[in-house]
Design a protein around this ligand. Structure first.
Ligand SMILES: [Fe+2]
Ligand SMILES: [Fe+2]
Length: 294
């Protein structure tokens, strides 16, 4: 396992102005899964920031206090970058405004009526979700193999930072609220249902834009790449389920070795594009070696 990385906020930007609608290899399902996430990220991330901020003053450990500041800076930058891409999607016919308003209604309701401890547990659970997803992206060459290089770089940069700060909300939850097994288990179960309830209609709306919704075979094949026996999400199941172990901590599931590779390349010239190419090159190399060995 790679060593635990420090949390590095990066003022990264991406020129997404020329990104085509089906940017992930022309595949509607592979593209729209990530688009549906992108639309919801900025408001989701603002919710995460606020949930952690509610307890910021209760933390005395200087390391965790610094981690909180860096976590906030990273999430704020993710929001800025995804908002820019969401503007492009709006121009391409996605009802971004409508989707965002719906998400804001949900999250506003939680902030108004849900105890702050539960908001934080939900945040820690969703952070487990995003980190697990990020690790899946970094470890699985098939996900962005044929993607627009800018979008690949954008999602890989986001993935790296999700891994870097994956323990922050969890640690604040443990430190400031005393934690609690049942609350965090319920939080991940609710988060899983919530993500599907929120994202499924968005995903379907996006498929309708180019008529992919009328191609059931194409949808079935795409969904199989996510939920099938060797699907992208299915492969993440052990990491996702680790949350349910009593005494779990986010670092227990380790860090993909691709994180080191990305950081090494990124640190040379602060170029997320070059860093993502380095990871993709390594992943392709592994696939090649595996097929030679078979
Ligand atoms: Fe994020
Ligand atoms: Fe995050």
């Amino acid at each position: 396992m790679s060593k635990i990385p420090s949390i590095q906020p990066r003022k990264t930007s991406f020129d997404v102005s020329n990104v085509k609608p089906l940017w992930n290899g022309g595949d509607a399902v592979m593209t729209r899964f990530f688009d549906a996430l992108s639309v919801n990220f900025p408001d989701g991330e603002r919710f995460f920031i606020q949930s952690v901020r509610n307890y910021q003053d209760d933390i005395s450990d200087p390391k965790l206090r610094q981690d909180i500041r860096d976590f906030i800076r990273q999430e704020a930058q993710h929001g800025i970058v995804h908002d820019k891409f969401n503007e492009i999607m709006e121009k391409q016919g996605v009802s971004v405004d409508k989707i965002v308003k719906n998400t804001q209604t949900y999250l506003g309701f939680f902030q108004k009526y849900m105890p702050k401890k539960h908001q934080l547990a939900l945040t820690a659970a969703l952070e487990h979700f995003t980190a697990t997803l990020g690790e899946g992206i970094l470890e699985n060459e098939a996900v962005f193999k044929d993607a627009d290089p800018i979008m690949r770089a954008l999602f890989m940069w986001h993935a790296i930072e999700e891994v870097e700060h994956k323990a922050v909300a969890f640690d604040v939850y443990e430190e400031a609220t005393g934690g609690g097994y049942v609350t965090r288990v319920v939080a991940l179960l609710s988060a899983t249902v919530m993500v599907h309830v929120l994202l499924s209609p968005v995903f379907w709306h996006m498929l309708k834009i180019d008529g992919s919704n009328r191609q059931p075979l194409k949808i079935a094949r795409g969904l199989n790449r996510f939920y099938g026996r060797k699907g992208f999400l299915t492969r993440m199941l052990p990491t996702y389920l680790a949350w349910f172990k009593p005494g779990f901590h986010p670092w227990d599931t380790g860090i993909p070795k691709e994180v080191d590779l990305w950081l090494k390349e990124y640190n040379k010239q602060q170029d997320p594009l070059a860093a993502s190419e380095a990871v993709l090159g390594r992943l392709n190399q592994d696939t090649l070696e595996q097929s030679h060995a078979a």
